[in-house]
Design a protein around this ligand. Structure first.
Ligand code: GCU
Length: 329
C-alpha cells in the first residue's frame, strides 16, 4: 500500500514537474495529460486513446494526449483539483464529483433516471447538456462530453442482495458525494464515501460489506475476489465526465479548439460501442473467478429511491433539466 502510494506521489511530482519544464521549452507537440482511475483496457481509456490519436492527426502534430491510468495521478477528487488548477489538462471524473461544485449536476446522476443505455446515449449526444457542461468554466474547468459507465449494482461479501431487506445495515462504499450517501440510506444501508482505489482492501479488511458499481469496473479491478455476490439492482447510471482545464483551452487556437471539441464528442459514441462490446466478457471473467450474478426485482429499490428523487429536484434549473431528460425516454 505504502509503496503504491509513494509510487503514485513520485509519478505525480514527475508529471507536474514535467509540465513546468515543458512549458519553458519550445516543443513540437503540446502534451495533454489526462488522469484516469481505471486500467488501460477500460472502454473509456480506449475511447480517449483513440481521441488522442485523431487529435494528433487532425492538428498535424500540435497536440498529443498522454493518459495516466490506475489513479496514478490520484483519485478522481484529486485529479479534478489538478485540472482546476491547471497542473494537468484533462481527467475523467464521475458526475458526483462535479455535483459537489454545482448541484444541478445531481439530476443527470439520479437513481433510476435513465430507462437504459439507449436513453442515456440520446441524452449525452443530443446537445441538451451543452449549457450545463460549459457553465463550470467559472470553476476553472469545462466538461467536454460524457461517457457511459453502464448501470451500477450492489456487490457484497457474504451473500447476495435478493431484495431490499437484505440491504439493512450493509456498509457499502459509495462515490464521494452526499447524494450517494443519501441513496444508500434510502435503501436501508450505510453509504461509506471513498475513492475507487481503496475499495478492494476496505472490503477485504471488513471495513465494508460491499460496494456498488458496473460489471466492467467490478471485473477490471478484480473486486469479485473480495465481494463475489453481484446483485443486479441497476440503481444508477452515473455519467462519467471528461473535464478539461479552462486555462488550457484558452491557450488553443479557435480551430484547434473546435477540432478537439468535435473529436471528443464523437468519442462518446465510440465509448458506448466499446462498453456494450465489453460487458459480457467482463461478466464472464468475473464468473470464471467465482462471482455469482443474481437477478433482482428492482421495483422495491425504485420505490425506495422515489422520495430521494423528489428531494433532489429542487431548483428551476434542476426541474428544467429533469423534464428534458425524462422526455427523451
Ligand atoms: C465507475 C466510474 C468511475 C468511478 C467509479 C467509482 O467505474 O466509471 O468514474 O470512479 O465507478 O465508483 O468510483
Amino acid at each position: 500500500m505504502l509503496k503504491n502510494k509513494t509510487l503514485k506521489l513520485a509519478t505525480l511530482a514527475a508529471v507536474i514537474g514535467g509540465s513546468l519544464a515543458m512549458s519553458s521549452m519550445v516543443s513540437a507537440a503540446t502534451e495533454i495529460k489526462a488522469a484516469f482511475n481505471q486500467s488501460n483496457k477500460h472502454p473509456q481509456y480506449l475511447a480517449l486513446q483513440d481521441f488522442g490519436k485523431k487529435l494528433t492527426e487532425e492538428t498535424e502534430g500540435r497536440y498529443k494526449v498522454s493518459i495516466f491510468p490506475n489513479e496514478l495521478l490520484g483519485d478522481q477528487r484529486a485529479a479534478l483539483e489538478l485540472v482546476q488548477t491547471g497542473s494537468i489538462q484533462m481527467a475523467v471524473v464521475a458526475n458526483p464529483l462535479v455535483e459537489n461544485y454545482d448541484k444541478t449536476f445531481r439530476v443527470i446522476g439520479m437513481p433510476y433516471i435513465y430507462s437504459g443505455p439507449e436513453h442515456q446515449e440520446k441524452v449525452f449526444t443530443s446537445g441538451i447538456l451543452d449549457n450545463l457542461f460549459s457553465s463550470t468554466q467559472r470553476f476553472g474547468f469545462e466538461i467536454l462530453t460524457a461517457y457511459t459507465a453502464g448501470a451500477r449494482s450492489m456487490y457484497t461479501k457474504s451473500g447476495p442482495v435478493k431484495n431490499i431487506a437484505d440491504m439493512k445495515g450493509e456498509k457499502i462504499r459509495v462515490m464521494q458525494s452526499d447524494t450517494m450517501i443519501k441513496m444508500l440510506s434510502c435503501m436501508g444501508g450505510t453509504g461509506v464515501p471513498m475513492g475507487q482505489g481503496e475499495v478492494y482492501s476496505a472490503v477485504q479488511q471488513g471495513v465494508l460489506d460491499g460496494a456498488e458499481n458496473n460489471e466492467i469496473t467490478y471485473s477490471d479491478l478484480k473486486q469479485y475476489e473480495v465481494a463475489p455476490f453481484f446483485s443486479s439492482t441497476r440503481h444508477l447510471m452515473v455519467p462519467d465526465l471528461v473535464v478539461i482545464s479552462t486555462d488550457f483551452l484558452d491557450t488553443m487556437s479557435k480551430e484547434d479548439q473546435a477540432t478537439l471539441r468535435k473529436l471528443i464528442k464523437a468519442s462518446t459514441v465510440e465509448e458506448f460501442n466499446i462498453w456494450n462490446q465489453q460487458i459480457s466478457a467482463a461478466k464472464a471473467n468475473a464468473k470464471s473467478h467465482g462471482a455469482t450474478f443474481t437477478d433482482v426485482d428492482i421495483k422495491p429499490f425504485q420505490e425506495s429511491c422515489k422520495k430521494l428523487q423528489d428531494e433532489l429536484v429542487e431548483t428551476p434549473a434542476q426541474k428544467d433539466l429533469y423534464n428534458k431528460v425524462v422526455s427523451m425516454q
